[in-house]
Write a new protein. Structure first.
Length: 235
């Protein structure tokens, strides 16, 4: 660990004046984790993912995460990517906040879901270069899906960008996350800019707990079952 700290003293100094960051990620499906890859739904999601990006922005102590696409978002892909993807993260309170509305229709939101999830990471010496930045590997094995089984999540973070900059609850890493591999989805950084983010803050909306949210999810499953696909994997 000392080797890493000493090696990145100069880059850390250079980044000390950075207040905000914007990272755009390409979205890819992890084909081998889909049980039936010739199923029409997989090909439909694959095509739609190629036209969708994830935009992460951090301004001072708050970050915002959103999806950007060139065509109408496939509702199944949206559910797969965005179901537990927090819109905002408060780096002071260490809380995630997701925008939702009572009817689960993608329009104006009327409350924020507050969650505080901390994952346990195993850090590796394995490295690779992403966009000209040297990144290190970390894996968390305590990610639980909706059926109660666990699967690993792999991130590649960059200590040379010493900003806590992650998304989808993965914020407690010693550097910006430039690649993330979940059970079905991979996010690959394609562009990084500094000090070009417009000012924003948390919306002033009522905040609900995870328990209240889960009650709403059960009702939403009854009202909109197509928004909660039951994917099967080889794992």
């Amino acid at each position: 660990m000392k080797r890493i700290i000493i090696f990145f003293l100069l880059p850390i100094f250079c980044f000390s004046q950075i207040n905000n960051i914007k990272i755009t990620y390409d979205i890819k499906l992890i084909e081998e984790n889909f049980k039936i890859t010739d199923d029409p739904i997989y090909r439909r999601l694959e095509e739609n993912a190629e036209n969708t990006e994830l935009l992460f922005e951090k301004y001072n102590n708050v970050s915002i995460c959103s999806l950007v696409n060139d065509i109408q978002q496939d509702p199944v892909l949206y559910s797969l990517i965005d179901l537990f993807n927090p819109d905002f993260y408060d780096y002071i309170k260490k809380n995630n906040y997701s925008l939702y509305n009572s009817n689960y229709i993608y329009s104006a939101s009327d409350y924020l879901l507050s969650t505080n999830i901390k994952y346990i990471w195993e850090f590796y010496d394995e490295t690779k270069e992403i966009g000209g930045y040297l990144c290190y590997k970390a894996v968390s094995n305590n990610i639980e899906n909706s059926k109660g089984s666990f699967y690993p999540v792999t991130v590649w973070y960059c200590p040379a960008i010493p900003l806590e900059a992650g998304f989808k609850n993965y914020n407690n890493l010693p550097g910006a996350v430039l690649e993330l591999q979940e059970q079905y989805i991979a996010y690959l950084a394609k562009s990084i800019t500094f000090n070009e983010v417009e000012k924003f803050e948390l919306p002033k909306l009522p905040i609900i707990s995870i328990e209240e949210y889960l009650q709403k999810v059960e009702q939403a499953k009854k009202d909109n079952p197509e928004m909660f696909p039951d994917f099967k994997s080889n794992n």
